[in-house]
Ligand binder design. Sequence first.
Ligand SMILES: [Zn+2]
Length: 268
Amino acid sequence: MIKTCKLCLQPANKLVKSHIIPKAFYEEFRKISLLGVSAHTYDKTYQNGIYGEFLCEKCEQKFNQYDEFAIGIFKQGKRQKSLHEEGNVSAFVVENVYLHSGKLHQFALSVLWRAAASGRDEYKSIKLGNYQERIRCALDGNNFEKALLDSAGLYFQEHRGGTENTFNQVFIPYKQHQNSKSFRETFGHFHCHDFGFPYGELLIRLGGEKPKQGFFDLKFDGFSGNAVLWTSNLSDEYPNLFFSKTPQSDAKKQMFRHLYKINRDSDH
Ligand SMILES: [Zn+2]
């Protein structure tokens, strides 16, 4: 049966398997199963991460260029420098990533688009409005207008350490960040999409205003300089990206426990 590729919109004999979050983000779980918890009341075992079949082979390969840089930064530790460790919390910077923020924003937009186009249940609540077609055109022609890149942003968090490592591995594939008063007051008014994977989360901003907070003047042995939490705020003056590695929060652990309980109860 002839199918249609969602990126080039051309008929294709075969659609290939495409990961929404690159496979490298799944670390050791690339080969074995792991448990993802949805924002609803079911959980699911994932093997090889979450993928869909919505791209032709040629289009699938276009994503490597966006994924590679992000994998280098977030998963292979390129440009990363450890700042400080106290208890379970460690702080890091990605040095001088300002000049490459365009690449990170291409990656952010590509993840959003892949999730929305994938047809997967986990991502079905994603609504990108007219960004959906703008991002598709940009990806298809590998030509991103500045306004589109400026509308994006990434905030990376890693979950490591603590006494219960299992909780660092469990994740919620996707949820739209509650646009609550406290979120708006903390960061500003914009859409924020949370993508989970083992050991971490990527918050992706789309549209609205730039995050208002998350600017740091860091002074540590071996590193001093200005850094930001959100890639949207990288600039000449703030060229470094800050992120932390912490155990999964107690609130999330509690929620995971609660969801496990619901699922276990419904088995009987
Ligand atoms: Zn295609």
